[in-house]
Design a protein around this ligand. Structure first.
Ligand SMILES: *Cc1c(COP(=O)(O)O)cnc(C)c1O
Length: 484
């Protein structure tokens, strides 16, 4: 189309035509999802044309480029918003939020400070206030981040600064369980902690933190001169949605003057319905809580959130005012979000949550979360009724783990043989490309895991899941041992 375009522009007619095509592609994606396979993954060899394409010195027609994007790039993804994608933590997304992301990007909003983005800052503050209100949390501070890992890191650095100050990290200790998300190991590395400063607290049979063991560890660590600064409570683990005993942990941390952070990246969203709020009782006592709207609050990637009890703790940790930003300094009401977190330049990710809530209303979000609880319960009942299947954990926060035992809980041939059978069933299920599901481990047992939080999952999708599981058993388990 063009040789060179040194101003990097399209004219208004071209912009509109390209935008129309892109929007149409997104709408096609939405309406075709239920009838499509879960997704596709190519090998590096198959993607060689992209991997090794020479740098284009000259441009091309943007519609042609868009065609390549559709056919060669966006075709090679596993759809996290597919109604039969039950693996990891699905992200159902929603079209209003997609439009919001387009606007945030189209207006190239700088959401770092009040002076240069007062409207966006007000929207972010309002969205955070709504989030707290929906979860039944007291007033406080917070900000939106790229995701849960970043929210957790932001919280840990705050906990560390708040409890240990600028010095003292070398003797600081942080407490998690082996059920905690892997991002805490990474966070500890980023914070410059040595491996022994990250303490693994034992868990109980239900995979939640053993509070008596925590108390004992704190006592022993202090006796050795360590300085415990933060306990991380799981507010819905990724594996089984286990929730640590928050009220008890709050008591321990209050007595011991330790920061209590809750990792609710997946689970905290459930607090918007009474049943979920009961399961998470105690979250109001946390010093900080992370929550991922790009998981159970139906937002496209990326948006995570961090809420803190006291906004000043973020400001104390992150505020640094160099001369080149001194003209833009702000007070505690008209805040600069770059004073509250790691990023200076920030995109306007609050807009999508705010626009989704205004468009659909909080009651729609509540109904969507409630629907997830109901679907998971229904599925658990159906799995229990299937010959040879056993529910291992849940349904807890719309998450269920289960496995095929062929009738004997220990399984014939022992745990390892049964683990292999369940891995094979999972492989067969994934290969069908009709269901997205992964395995995880519960007390050394390989289990299939389902997270049923997509509000567009239908009864037919649930039927399809059971059909595929039965097919997998037929394919993997010898006939004489099926459903014994
Ligand atoms: C997903 C998840 C994270 C990480 O969040 P990202 O948004 O993927 O960075 C952390 N903790 C828990 C419990 C999670 O489920």
């Amino acid at each position: 189309m063009m040789d060179t375009n040194p101003r990097l522009t399209l004219d208004p007619v071209q912009m509109t035509a390209l935008g129309d095509d892109a929007v149409r592609a997104v709408v096609d994606h939405y309406i075709s999802l239920p009838d499509r396979p879960i997704g596709a993954t190519s090998t590096a060899t198959e993607l060689g044309d992209i991997l090794h394409e020479p740098l284009p010195a000259q441009g091309d027609d943007p519609h042609k480029v868009l065609d390549v994007v559709r056919e060669r790039v966006l075709s090679q993804i596993v759809a996290q918003d597919h109604p039969r994608y039950f693996a990891t933590v699905p992200s159902a997304s929603n079209f209003v939020a997609v439009v919001a992301d387009t606007l945030a990007s189209g207006f190239n909003v700088f959401a770092g400070n009040w002076a240069e983005g007062s409207g966006p800052a007000a929207v972010e503050l309002a969205a955070l206030r709504w989030l707290r209100e929906m979860c039944g949390l007291p007033e406080g501070g917070g900000l939106f981040t790229t995701g849960g890992s970043m929210a957790n890191l932001t919280a840990l650095a705050t906990a560390r600064y708040n409890r240990l100050g600028d010095r003292g990290l070398a003797r600081g200790t942080l407490y998690v369980t082996e059920q905690s998300h892997s991002c805490f190991i990474r966070s500890a590395r980023i914070l410059g902690m040595e491996p022994e400063q990250l303490r693994m607290v034992p868990t109980r049979e239900d995979l939640t933190m053993d509070v008596a063991a925590l108390r004992e560890m704190l006592r022993a660590d202090r006796a050795e001169g360590w300085r415990p600064f933060c306990v991380v409570a799981n507010v819905g683990t990724t594996r089984t949605a286990a929730v640590d005993p928050l009220p008890e942990l709050a008591r321990v941390c209050r007595e011991e003057e330790i920061w209590l952070h809750g990792d609710g990246a997946f689970g905290a969203a459930a607090a918007i319905i009474p049943e979920g709020r009961r399961a998470l009782s105690g979250i109001e006592e946390l010093d900080s809580l992370s929550i991922d709207p790009h998981k159970w609050w139906f937002q496209p990637f990326e948006i995570g959130g961090l809420l803190v009890k006291d906004a000043r703790t973020l400001r104390d940790t992150y505020r640094v005012v160099p001369d080149y930003l001194a003209d833009l300094d702000a007070d505690e009401n008209e805040i600069n979000f770059y004073d509250h977190g790691i990023q200076l330049t920030r995109s306007f990710r609050a807009l999508k949550l705010w626009m989704s809530l205004k468009t659909f209303g909080a009651d729609s979000f509540r109904a969507a979360v409630d629907g997830a609880f109901r679907r998971a319960e229904r599925l658990a009942g159906r799995i229990v009724a299937e010959p040879g299947w056993r529910v291992e954990t849940g349904p807890q926060l719309a998450t269920l783990t289960f496995r095929y035992t062929g009738g004997s809980p220990g399984g014939e041939g022992g745990t390892e043989a049964l683990n292999e059978v369940n891995r094979a069933i999972a492989d067969h299920t994934m290969a069908s490309n009709r269901i997205g599901l992964h395995t995880t481990a519960v007390h050394g047992r390989t289990v299939l895991r389902i997270c049923m939080i997509n509000p567009r999952t239908t009864a037919q999708d649930e039927d399809a899941l059971l059909d595929v599981l039965r097919e997998a058993v037929r394919a993997v388990v010898p006939a004489e041992r099926q459903g014994a």
